[in-house]
Design a protein around this ligand. Structure first.
Ligand code: DAH
Length: 366
């Protein structure tokens, strides 16, 4: 009677011993204890056995199930630690060895792609006369939203998945946030110095969002140019278009990159435009393929924002834009997953990192 159990036992133990990796192991596990596994089938048949057989057969089957279950589990653990062992051996770095020419190229550092993109943006906009401004990551609700024409209960606020911080004693409710955009630095800049203004603001931003293209912490680059509303030095929508086109073509190193301006809405600009570049949805190639991909938001600074920042909208006028630094970096270098930017995995950094002295696109030696 027990012959078939012996065979099953032997087959399973032999297969387990021969399993080379997790896949083999899992196939055995499923083939034995799974829904249509061999042992499961025998247990199901038990109901049909004659009553006098059922007892002894049942006991034998239960014993076998315990034995094989334990054997499968033990083999699984052994395979797992062997795999870990092999990985540790393969990835071991002996820090006591003297450097060799090969190891030197590995040991020397590289620029994180986000640093590199930030430097490139700074260089390209710098050549157009823009300076770099900065602001605090912990921002007041007023700078981040209200002054930018996004008062409390404005529907655009809900798009931002804001991290609100507990208010300090004496402050109103929800008066501080982790900045959701670098646009607040527009406000700080206009309040701190008279126009003309030409700044970009590369920096960290935060939103409660996490997947392959969103991270709770990411980087944006804001831009702002303010000048007289008319006469010499006045800033028009033509300047906005020229600036954005010049930047995108220099950044992607494609002098004839197709660029499209599309009417849109932002609370702090009027009119507002989203900017698309030509690419191929199929291959991901930038500048070819006949599809459009949105890369940034922009517009003429809303008169109410100017007024909130103490500038008379009849005298002053300008444009603003904002873009995601990760997004542009992913597009330029074909990086598929945003989360890898922050994993600190040396293999990824070696692959996507840049030599510190290698020239940056069209703007060398900055
Ligand atoms: N702050 C916007 C965002 O986070 C981006 C943006 C759009 C900034 C248009 C601007 C602008 O200055 O004019 O989505």
């Amino acid at each position: 009677m027990a012959d078939d159990l012996d065979t099953l036992r032997q087959d399973t133990l032999e297969a387990l011993a021969a399993a080379a990796d997790h896949r083999d192991w899992d196939a055995i596990r499923v083939g034995t204890l799974g829904k249509s596994g061999r042992l499961t089938a025998l247990l199901k048949e038990l109901g049909r056995a004659a009553p006098e057989q059922r007892r002894s057969r049942g006991a034998a089957l239960n014993l076998l199930r315990d034995e094989l279950g334990a054997a499968i589990e033990a083999r699984g653990r052994a395979l797992e630690s062997a795999a870990l062992e092999a990985r540790l051996r393969a990835e071991r770095v002996d820090v006591t060895l003297p450097p060799t020419p090969e190891s030197l190229s590995i040991l020397s550092g590289s620029l994180h792609p986000l640093t590199r993109t930030t430097w490139e943006m700074t260089a390209i906009f710098g050549a157009m006369g823009f300076g770099v401004a900065d602001g605090p990551d912990i921002e007041t609700d007023w700078h981040n939203f209200s002054a930018l024409n996004t008062p409390a209960h404005h529907p655009a606020r809900t798009d931002h998945d804001t991290f609100y911080l507990p208010s300090l004693a004496g402050e109103g409710p929800a008066s501080r946030v982790l900045r959701t955009q670098t646009s607040g630095v527009q406000v700080r800049t206009m309040l701190s110095a008279p126009p003309p203004i030409r700044i970009i603001v590369p920096g960290r931003t935060y939103r409660a969002d996490h997947d392959a293209t969103h991270s709770p912490m990411f980087h944006q680059c804001e831009g702002l140019a303010i000048g007289p509303a008319s006469g010499e030095g006045s800033i028009t929508l033509g300047h906005l278009k020229g600036t954005v086109v010049e930047f995108l073509r220099a950044f992607f190193e494609l002098p004839s990159l197709p660029i499209r301006f599309r009417a849109s809405y932002f609370p702090f600009t009027e009119p507002s435009m989203e900017v698309d570049i030509g690419w191929s949805r199929r291959t991901g190639e930038i500048g070819a393929g006949g599809d459009w991909l949105e890369v940034l938001g922009s517009g003429m600074v809303h008169p109410r924002v100017l007024a909130n920042c103490g500038l008379d909208p009849r005298r002053w006028q300008g444009f603003a834009f904002g873009m995601g630094i990760e997004r542009l970096t992913m597009l330029k270098h074909g990086i598929p997953d945003l989360r890898a930017f922050y994993d600190g995995d040396l293999r990824w950094l070696r692959h996507y990192g840049h030599g510190a002295l290698s020239p940056a696109s069209l703007h060398e030696g900055f």
